[in-house]
Design a protein. Sequence first.
Length: 434
Amino acid sequence: MTVTAIVGAQWGDEGKGRICDYLAQQGAPIVMRFQGGDNAGHTVINQYGKHALHLAPCGIFNPQAMNIIGSGCVVNPQALLKELADLEAAGVNTDNLFISNRAQLLLPYHRLLDELEEAARGSDTIGTTKRGVGPAYSDKATRSGLRIGDLLNPEWLEGRLDQALATINRKIEVLGGTPVDGREIYALCMDYVDKIGHRIIDTVPVIQKALAEGRDIILEGQLGVMRDLDWGIYPYVTSSNPTAAFAASGAGLPARTLDNVLGIVKAYSTCVGDGPFPVELSDEEAERLRNVGGEFGATTGRPRRVGWFDGVAIKYAAWLNGMTSLALTKLDILDSFESIKVCTGYRMPNGEIITDYMPDTPMLYQAQPVYEEWPGWLSSTEECRSWRDLPPRAQAYIERLRELAGVDIEYISVGPERQQMFSVESGSFHLEMA
Ligand code: GDP
Ligand code: IMO
Ligand code: MG
């Protein structure tokens, strides 16, 4: 039995979905999303086609897996119902999806508030996905939130909703919006009871039993460390914690049960939304990497900001998450680049070069990336299925990334499809590079 957390090692969109889909095919694991909401866009390509999953854990394609949306999540039932309908239309059986009764309920007024709050920020926006995630977590923290389990207790829910709306409607008015009608929201909730009531569970006995039986558990994170509420580029962050320390809490597991922390990292950098991004490229260089990489948001379709691999960010991410290994994705995207840069440090205005940690946001805006340059391998890696298949220059590049991260690379993916990925046998690096 192993408990593995899958976490984003950069700014999100590292390929967590495809790695989770791959790992979830093995046996009958429990796959649990531990934070976030439908701001996620986790792309999976397999025999069911191409899906960008927003709330459903990426183990959904394995009928033997039990998929749970954990208590650390915020759940918009409307978004979930659409997602389930799309999956079912593609032939996926979704009977194996459950929702923690302790997860927060994301309601239409949260989306409205997300829009209004972004508008109120004027020119200094966060660039949120406008899925209502921030306002839903705010309500959780101020104890005005409703929980998924409340749907099964209508009287309780009605009282909680009345109390919550008294302040929420005042806030909506202050921000220039139209207050919402409590009766309409209540009716919507009763509709949700009919449609998802049978999926609501208390996860604690389920997890206790799974641990006792020695089942594997995969904890699927959303976004990445640089958008962590505490350790990311605050305030340009999401409103939850995508780092491994929070995986146990968001899933309802004792922290010491976590065996593996698998960091997912792209062979270069991307970022959606605002805030400092030291390795950001501009003009034709950016255009080229964005187009070759297909870097457009899976949830919002926004063009992603792009840059070379950031060795400072990965070192910080590996340390903060206590990563036990890495999965490197999108190596194939670099196949056609004559030369590839890697950021190894940030030069600060006082001349200091930072290599091991991300400075706080105001300082990060002043960081100048220090690059080294690697020769490209100029051949396709898409058909590679082992370390030995990779061109020597690609091996050298990966070895450098491993060195910067200080963590072994366990998986490499060379294309978006399930089979375009392989595990690196331990010892391969030193053997081949010697
Ligand atoms: P997530 O949010 O971390 O799951 O990542 P996204 O799905 O938002 O973004 C990753 C994108 O890269 C998706 O379009 C994937 O289909 C694609 N992808 C993942 N791994 C690879 C890879 O190794 N090569 C290529 N070419 N595309 C990949
Ligand atoms: P996955 O799970 C990339 C970014 C937004 C914004 C900030 C806050 O697919 O990697 P939010 O809507 O969460 O309040 O927005 O976080 N963001 C993402 N960026 N991938 C995601 O998810 C993201 N989810 C949120 O662009 O900068
Ligand atoms: Mg994504």
